[in-house]
Design a protein around this ligand. Structure first.
Ligand code: TYD
Length: 209
């Protein structure tokens, strides 16, 4: 059984996730903590190659099912390359996005439904469920404002306002269905306030000292 702790970060594009994970890594570095920071899709050679195919704005004809399967494939490889070895050696693993993103973006956003997404992610769900998942709760209208609009080379960001509204609702639904695992952070707060909530949740759960 895995000994390390597994923490994931979720939210709409531009919600402020990256700032929070950077602040957490700096905090842990200052204390000499042994941890691994990684991201999805990506985090290793094969998964990064899959990431490029998925996000490439030129791959407009990709079917929704193909997209969902590629995210799941990148995830399985990333688990084997990075997450599993780190957890087995007792490390703390921090991951920017994980299977909850597939429930938000593919199940809700693309409309593929929870059943399909759960079935293709069963391996990750059964064997590597996070100990805690932080959802940075910021509606897409505000998230995109913060980012100055969508990145024109990013297929997901180009998917349209209605799509991103559904994604947002998908995240809220995941958090409501998994209340014990999720910690919802109000994304409208200052970065310092959000970070303080993240730290205290990690301390309460004895994930960090
Ligand atoms: P990324 O640049 O990492 O987004 P961000 O920095 O905003 O987190 O790109 C990842 C994109 O992939 C993002 O739009 C969310 C999407 N995604 C899914 O649609 N399904 C998934 O399972 C995952 C992990 C990501």
């Amino acid at each position: 059984m895995a000994k390390g702790k597994f923490v994931t970060f979720e939210g709409c594009d531009g919600c402020g996730k990256t700032t929070q994970t950077r602040m957490l890594c700096a905090y842990l570095d200052d204390r000499g903590a042994d941890y691994v920071f990684t991201r999805e899709p990506g985090g290793g050679k094969i998964s990064e190659a899959i990431r490029e195919v998925i996000l490439d704005g030129k791959n407009a004809e990709m079917t929704d099912e193909c997209e969902a399967l590629l995210y799941a494939a990148a995830r399985v490889q990333h688990l084997a390359d990075t997450v599993k070895p780190a957890l087995e050696s007792g490390k703390l693993v921090l991951c920017d996005r994980y299977f909850d993103s597939s429930f938000a973006y593919q199940a809700e956003g693309r409309g593929l439904g929870d059943k399909f997404v759960a079935s293709i992610n069963a391996y990750a769900i059964e064997k590597f469920t996070p100990d805690v998942t932080f959802l940075i709760d910021l509606p897409p209208e505000e998230a995109f404002l913060r980012k100055n609009g969508a990145d024109e080379n990013d297929r997901m960001e180009l998917a349209g306002a209605e799509f991103h509204r559904r994604v947002y609702r998908g995240f809220i639904k995941q958090a409501q269905k998994n209340k014990k695992r999720f910690v919802v952070i109000d994304g409208r707060q200052s970065r310092e306030t959000m970070f303080a909530s993240i730290l205290s949740a990690l301390k309460d759960r004895k994930i960090i000292d």
